[in-house]
Design a binder for this molecule. Structure first.
Ligand code: GLY
Length: 340
């Protein structure tokens, strides 16, 4: 064999065994735990199950976090996606973002009539020179890239909530309605005039020890037309730094934007904090900034570091997250919270 052919063969062998080499190296860290997927709220269990199919088959974290949240985006009477509550003018507008281990990211905001905003966000990342597209431009881009325009109609449950809301037309976000329950009483079925936001955020660490994240929502129900929350804003609703870790947010978007929450959580991990301590420190930052203005609001974070330590933390009681890894069997875990 010529030395050149020998070199090519050795390179090919090295490339094919790359995942195993990485895993063996990482095993020296006491808390190594991957692949891993963590998602917000009860709906995260179902989303994690889909994401795990990808992670368990050595697929990239980016595919896992896209496909995982798509399952929830398609649910007719649940939270995120086109089944969500409309804005005050009766339109469902969707926000989503996605970010990979290379720092590539894409997002859409105020997108209408498209079933999978997360996939449009990925298309923005992969097929446009931009990071964020909004409103009509985002829809135009989606249609140009093969996405299908869905009817404008609200789901039956969202229509019911909207008609109820119209009676008083108050803007009154309430804490934790998501957790009240996705399982037995999907949020859009509320008929007591209360309304909610709902978000699914997901972070994954794949078998190559690469991180990605996704975040998708229909935003605050009965929001002003044109309102955009934290979910599509890179650094607020989602942030990934493949050297350190990843974080994502749920809850009252305006409060998360004010502290650029997810980026803050990653920076706290960079300083050496565990994922839970980093989420807690970000919540403390929000309290320092806003104090009692947060009394009736919820914000929460999930985070994972490069070794596969993962956790969530919330401002108020009632936030839960789903976790699947070699050490966790897609369990729904009630997060610790600041205000006891
Ligand atoms: N966290 C979702 C929103 O505020 O829209």
């Amino acid at each position: 064999m010529t030395s050149r052919r020998k070199f090519i063969l050795q390179s090919a062998l090295a490339a094919s065994s790359f995942p195993f080499i990485l895993k063996a190296t990482a095993a020296h860290h006491p808390s190594t735990n991957f692949p891993l997927v963590i998602s917000t709220w009860d709906a995260g269990v179902k989303a994690n199950a889909k994401a795990w199919e990808f992670l368990n088959n050595n697929k990239p974290a980016l595919d896992a976090v896209e496909q995982g949240v798509m399952v929830i985006e398609s649910e007719v009477n649940c939270c995120v996606g086109l089944g969500g509550n409309p804005d005050r003018d009766g339109f469902v507008t969707l926000d989503a973002s996605i970010m990979n281990h290379l720092g590539d990211c894409g997002s859409v905001a105020a997108l209408e009539q498209i079933e999978h905003p997360i996939s449009v966000a990925r298309a923005v990342m992969e097929k446009s020179p931009h990071v964020m597209l909004v409103g009509q431009g985002a829809q135009q881009f989606a249609l140009a890239n093969g996405f299908i325009l869905k009817p404008k109609e609200l789901s039956a449950e969202a229509e019911k909530s909207y008609q109820y809301w119209l009676k008083k037309s108050e803007y009154r976000p309430i804490i934790n309605v998501e957790n009240n329950g996705y399982k037995n009483n999907p949020p859009n079925k509320l008929d007591n005039g209360q309304f909610n936001h709902d978000t699914i955020a997901m972070l994954a660490l794949d078998n190559l020890q690469n991180l990605s994240g996704s975040c998708t929502t229909s935003g605050m129900g009965f929001k002003y037309r044109g309102r955009v929350g934290d979910s599509p804003i890179i650094g607020a609703g989602l942030f990934v730094d493949n050297e350190i870790g990843a974080a994502a947010a749920t809850g009252h978007g305006e409060e998360i934007i004010r502290i650029v929450g997810s980026h803050l959580v990653v920076e706290f991990m960079r300083q050496g904090k565990s994922p839970e301590a980093a989420c807690k420190a970000a919540i403390e930052r929000a309290i320092k900034l806003r104090g009692d203005k947060l009394k009736d609001k919820q914000i929460a974070f999930i985070a994972v570091n490069k070794h596969g330590e993962a956790a969530g933390y919330a401002l108020q009681k009632g936030f839960s997250y789903a976790l699947q890894s070699p050490k966790h069997n897609n369990e729904l875990i009630e997060a610790k919270f600041f205000w006891q």
